[in-house]
Design a protein around this ligand. Structure first.
Ligand code: NAD
Ligand code: UD1
Length: 316
């Protein structure tokens, strides 16, 4: 039996792969390397890497015929909300059609469990906080709409076809290997990157869009991996959707303060006009997943320390 991780060469996927391998499991990664990197993956004889797209139906058919997958962790996606706005057709092919193709193959070959990575983006800008899974949704971008539609297909696969399937709504994930290189990269990776440049003597700034009082629920990637494994194992997750965050709301100003405590100093902060469509506040109610044993182990300080250390070692 093998476990399939789509998008396994990406940021979150590579942490999941690392954990699965450490448990002695046999892992197959399917990734087209559009944003992922082979270097993100550990060397292991239990790991098979296949370069290809989840939109290639023939490849998927052969893959699912060649292996018997106990679990499919589906993380492959065009993860950039910005790109989904610029290129909605191509994004939809990957983020929606790709999910449907994987569900079809999982159903056909009787995969034991299907775990899908959805996003807090499904909630959009509705004001009520913290977000509970049974609250209304209002996805505002092609990315959010495709995540929501995929999520419904995923959980309905349980009631319609008996495929054990779960969707997890990740909030703002951060950690080692997150790519800081685009202006739309996760804010923590960008701020750490700028801080390291500053410490090396380069002239740079931390750019805050708006007043810095906007909040996010920042969740460390290792806690996300724990949630993925609970979703895989616990039968009570079948046909259900769960938030994955910490339940804590942190403003960007608090984030910068914590980063300063860790790094000693940060570059000058420059306040720029707010980003269009930016959500003001975000926080997850994680009690539904907590009832199944989930408990985030990393405070922002602890997760940020580890992430900062990794970036410092890697970028030096
Ligand atoms: P990432 O870009 O690092 O990982 C996505 C991976 O999918 C990459 O390795 C990429 O090469 C691969 N991929 C893209 N298109 C593909 C295709 N057509 N076929 C095969 N592989 C393909 O992003 P990430 O942050 O690790 O995101 C992982 C998942 O979590 C995504 O589904 C994303 O939407 C979701 N998510 C992430 C966050 C976050 O804060 N990072 C928040 C909510 C949801
Ligand atoms: C994030 C995710 C998105 C997900 C959504 C769900 C990333 C990259 N994006 O979007 O996939 O669907 O959560 O809620 O993880 N900011 C700055 N300066 C910067 C960069 C960002 O001030 O240099 C601000 C942004 O304007 C925003 C906040 O920081 O207010 C967080 O931004 P970002 O990390 O891009 O995440 P989200 O927009 O929340």
């Amino acid at each position: 039996m093998s476990t399939l991780v789509t998008g396994g060469a990406g940021f979150i996927g590579s942490h999941l792969v690392e954990e699965l391998l450490s448990q002695g499991r046999s892992v197959v990664v399917l990734d087209d390397l559009s944003t992922g990197k082979v270097e993100n993956l550990p060397e292991s004889e239990n790991l098979t890497f296949i370069k290809g797209s989840i939109t290639d139906r023939e490849l998927l058919r052969n893959l699912f015929d060649s292996y018997r997958f106990d679990t499919v962790f589906h993380l492959a996606a065009v993860a950039s909300v910005f790109k989904s706005v610029e290129e909605p057709v191509e994004t939809h092919r990957v983020n929606f059609d790709g999910t449907l193709y994987l569900l079809e193959e999982s159903k056909r070959t009787k995969v034991g469990k299907f775990v899908f990575s959805s996003s807090a983006a499904v909630y959009g800008d509705l004001p009520e906080l913290p977000k509970r899974e049974d609250m209304p949704v209002k996805p505002l971008t092609p990315y959010g709409v495709d995540k929501y539609a995929s999520e419904r297909y995923v959980v309905n696969s349980f009631s319609l076809y008996g495929l054990k399937a779960t969707a997890l709504r990740f909030f703002n994930v951060y950690g080692e290997r997150q790519d800081p290189s685009s202006p739309y990269s996760g804010v923590i990776s960008i701020f750490i990157n700028r801080t390291l440049k500053h410490l090396k003597g380069e002239k740079t700034t931390i750019d805050v869009y708006g007043d810095g009082k906007q909040t996010r629920d920042f969740v460390y990637v290792k806690d996300v991996v724990k949630a993925l494994l609970i979703a895989e194992r616990d039968e009570r997750t079948n046909g259900e959707v769960f938030n994955v965050g910490t339940g804590k709301e942190t403003s960007l100003l608090e984030l910068i303060k914590t980063l300063k405590e860790i790094a000693g100093e940060v570059p000058p902060v420059r306040f720029l006009p707010p980003r269009e469509g930016d959500i003001r506040r975000s926080a997850a109610d994680v009690s539904k997943l907590e009832k199944l044993g989930y408990s985030p182990s990393f405070s922002l300080k602890k997760g940020l320390e580890r992430t900062f250390r990794w970036f410092a070692e890697t970028l030096s």
